[in-house]
Design a protein around this ligand. Structure first.
Ligand code: FAD
Ligand code: A2P
Length: 275
């Protein structure tokens, strides 16, 4: 249902009617390409951690300019968090990157997605594989109690070009153990394996190469991925997703879906140029 509310649009044009408006409560810029923000949550919105919604602003023609965004906050959070790229000439993010607390955005309250617990068969170890902003759905799932209730070990693998681009994920992971709501559940179950591909850091290299070579398993001191124990969720560019699928199929894992749970699930972090 579309709620009609009179608001001040962030483009600073006069009061106008914005459908499904939510108010920005916080904004944080991580790099010149990345920022995160929080907005009020519609009372009626129920979602499963890992799902995405359509959010946006009014475009120049007064029509909503909407894009898919993973909800980065967990299903129990009273606000909604998003983690966003800034595309210099991007129709939405060239404007969205300038939002401030008190501004309003459009949020269509129809969550969907495949990166949900229901799409995986029960297992012992859960792997989150992300590049870039693909960590957003896992920022939600890492704060979801069900993640720790269902699995003994959780591995968060995040690959970016540079160390600075890892900061959002790193800070979140580091905050979890002391989180008053979920810290006890997380305990030592969550292990974080960040890598960079274009700058020196503790761990280097692409997720795909580090999984195929066995480097990840050697570095973490654990057995390789196998269908009896391991479940995997993937979120990255189309190219990454295609390449990771091949690696996972090589470990004898099969792709699942909401209607057909199996050993791994994949979602695009964004739709690339010409795709
Ligand atoms: P667009 O015209 O949408 O994109 C222009 C170009 O920018 C694209 O062709 C691509 O090359 C590049 N690009 C777009 N998004 C990204 C990105 N995230 N990382 C790197 N390059 C990108 N984006 C987020 O920032 N955070 C999210 O949580 C998120 N979740 C998504 C979930 C799904 C299921 C899908 C399909 C997309 C998601 N996106 C997310 C991408 C998002 O929908 C927009 O593409 C993005 O906000 C840019 O919008 P735009 O209008 O500025 O540029
Ligand atoms: P690389 O630097 O080797 O291209 P981007 O910023 O272009 O979205 O990429 C985010 C991260 O994903 C980068 O570290 C990049 O590594 C990595 N990456 C891009 N494409 C692939 C792929 N097909 N397989 C594995 N990693 C990839």
């Amino acid at each position: 249902m579309t709620e009609q509310i009179h608001v001040n649009d962030i483009t600073a044009t006069p009061v106008r009617t914005l459908p499904d408006a939510q108010t920005v409560t916080a904004v944080r810029h991580w790099t010149d390409r990345l920022f995160s923000f929080r907005v009020t949550r519609p009372q009626s919105l129920r979602f499963r951690s890992g799902e995405f919604v359509m959010i946006g602003l009014l475009g120049d023609n007064d029509k909503p300019l909407l894009r898919a965004y993973s909800i980065a906050s967990p299903s129990w959070d009273e606000e909604l968090e998003f983690y966003s790229i800034k595309v210099p000439d991007g129709p939405l993010t060239s404007k969205l990157q300038h939002i401030r607390p008190g501004d309003q955005i459009i949020l269509r309250p129809k969550p969907v997605g495949t990166l949900v617990h229901d799409a995986l068969l029960p297992g012992k170890r859960l792997w989150f594989l992300a590049t870039g902003t693909g960590i957003a759905p896992f920022a939600s799932l890492m704060r979801e109690p069900e993640t720790y209730e269902k699995y003994d070990e959780i591995y968060m693998l995040h690959t970016c070009r540079t160390v600075a681009e890892l900061a959002y994920g790193r800070e979140l992971v580091e905050s979890l153990k002391d989180d008053p709501l979920i810290g006890e559940l997380v305990g030592d179950k969550l292990r974080y394996y960040p890598t960079t591909t274009r700058e020196e850091s503790r761990y280097r290299g692409r997720i795909t190469d580090n999984l195929s070579s066995g480097k990840v398993f050697a570095d973490l001191g654990i057995p390789p991925i196998g269908p009896a124990t391991d479940r995997v969720m993937v979120c990255g560019s189309l190219a990454l997703n295609i390449d990771v699928k091949e690696v996972l199929e090589g470990f004898d894992l099969r792709e699942g879906a909401n209607s057909d749970p199996r050993e791994y699930v994949v979602e695009k972090a964004f739709v690339g140029d010409g795709i």
